[in-house]
Design a protein around this ligand. Structure first.
Ligand code: UD1
Ligand code: UDP
Length: 385
């Protein structure tokens, strides 16, 4: 059997989490694969947290991140950096994940070198080019550049069919985030930050909050925070809000201005948690408020209701399953939805259902089987299940 040289390219926290099961699988399967791990370093500390946890050492890290980087910075620095590495690695195929600017730049670089591209988590769409921004267009551009499309769900595969992607190039695999999640859940976990061990998980309800999307910068984020202040005040005896604040300076500044001046005993502003710690925090949560893509995929497996702080989502499966609700950024709407879940046990029970529309934890295994049997130029030899 010919070993495939696969370059796995990523740059941010969620890409690393979702590619970790694929990389670890290839590293254990040297008979079929010769993996080359390329980090662009679009994120630094938030990426290192993941790499450290999964014990992944990139073959190269381009370390492109600068404080307050623009989309132009990321695109040009990643594209130029990948050029030299692609030549050196002599990859047969380049694997990218999701919708970040790193994913787009790596797919474009591979195309310029006429190297086939495989896209993990293909086919998600909002059909709104500015929401999420720039992720909707990044993901569509990767579709155009890719030769193999790993759709996480049947729903996302249908989107690719509609766009004219040939049937033989689309594979429904599940989302690798469920693989990563199941590798990371620990019931007996002790947080490194002792403040998180001493929260009253028995009698208080923990609300986990995250937000970072570019289209929410400014007023939408201020609105979200004003809802969170009201929740913390009204439920001062019942609720603890745990808010790992993304390192994006735009997010940090908005949080500092909106919450920093006043001390809320029950709003805990902390740095981003490493993935394993964050998974345990989600597992202990009553509900999750987030604009994250990945968290929308993880929460259904944990049976945690999610209020999605966005106007659109490319992940309707969680909403259809009844676990997530798209609430947008209007403060009254957010407050009212939280209040309903706080005060109406049957409404809560309807959402707190453990279902897994995004996968069964075997997505990486399927991706490896497909990659090992596929003709490198994009024509399948045999169908992997
Ligand atoms: C990026 C992705 C977004 C993804 C998100 C996951 C793009 C355009 N955006 O958004 O799709 O959902 O990652 O979190 O690809 N920073 C640090 N340390 C870190 C990471 C970030 O200091 O470890 C700061 C830097 O000042 C950096 C800024 O955050 O310039 C923004 O990072 P960037 O990758 O441009 O945007 P994100 O909002 O993280
Ligand atoms: N996450 C984490 N630590 C945190 C917050 C989130 O490890 O403090 C994980 C989360 O479980 C999910 C991923 O990061 O797997 C989501 O990343 P993010 O929200 O930054 O990006 P998105 O998914 O929106 O692209």
């Amino acid at each position: 059997m010919i070993r495939k040289k696969v370059m796995i390219a990523f740059g941010t926290r969620p890409e690393a989490i979702k590619l970790a099961p694929v990389i670890l699988g290839m590293q254990k399967d040297r008979g079929r694969f010769e993996p080359y791990v390329l980090a662009t370093g679009q994120h630094d500390e938030m990426l290192s947290q993941v790499l450290h946890l999964f014990e992944i050492k990139p073959d190269r890290n381009l370390e492109i991140m600068t404080a307050g980087q623009t989309l132009f910075d990321i695109t040009t620095r990643a594209l130029k950096g990948i050029e030299s590495v692609l030549k050196e690695s002599r990859a047969d195929i380049v694997l990218v994940q999701g919708d970040t600017t790193t994913a787009f730049a790596a797919a474009l670089a591979a195309y310029y070198e006429q190297i086939p591209v495989a896209h993990v988590e293909a086919g998600l769409r909002t059909h709104n080019k500015y929401n999420p921004f720039p992720e909707e267009i990044n993901r569509r551009l990767v579709t155009v550049l890719a030769d193999l499309h790993f759709a996480p769900t049947v729903f996302s595969s249908r989107q690719l069919h509609k766009e004219g992607i040939p049937d033989k190039d689309i594979f429904v695999t599940g989302n690798t985030i469920i693989d990563a999640l199941l590798m990371s859940v620990r019931k007996d976990y002790v947080f490194k930050d002792n403040r998180l061990n001493t929260l009253d998980y028995q009698t208080k309800r923990v609300i986990v909050l995250t937000m970072h999307r570019r289209e929410s910068f400014g007023e939408p984020m201020r609105n979200i925070l004003s809802a969170v202040r009201k929740i913390a005040e009204v439920y001062s005896q019942d609720v603890e809000v745990v808010f790992p604040v993304h390192f994006n300076p735009e997010v940090r500044e908005t949080v500092r201005r909106s919450l920093g001046g006043q001390k809320y005993e029950n709003i805990h502003l902390i740095d981003p948690l490493d993935y394993q710690a964050f998974v345990q925090m989600m597992d202990r949560a009553f509900i999750i408020l987030t604009d994250s893509g990945g968290i929308q995929e993880e929460a259904p497996t944990l049976g945690k209701p999610v209020l999605v702080l966005r106007e659109t989502t490319e992940r309707p499966e969680g909403i259809d399953a009844g676990v997530s609700k798209l609430v947008g950024t209007d403060p009254d709407k957010i407050y009212n939805e939280v209040r309903r879940l706080m005060e109406d046990p049957s409404a809560y029970e309807r959402m707190a259902t453990a279902v897994s529309p995004y996968g069964d934890g075997r997505a990486a295994e399927r991706i490896l089987n497909i990659l090992s049997t596929v003709d490198i130029h994009g024509t399948r030899k045999s169908k992997a299940d």
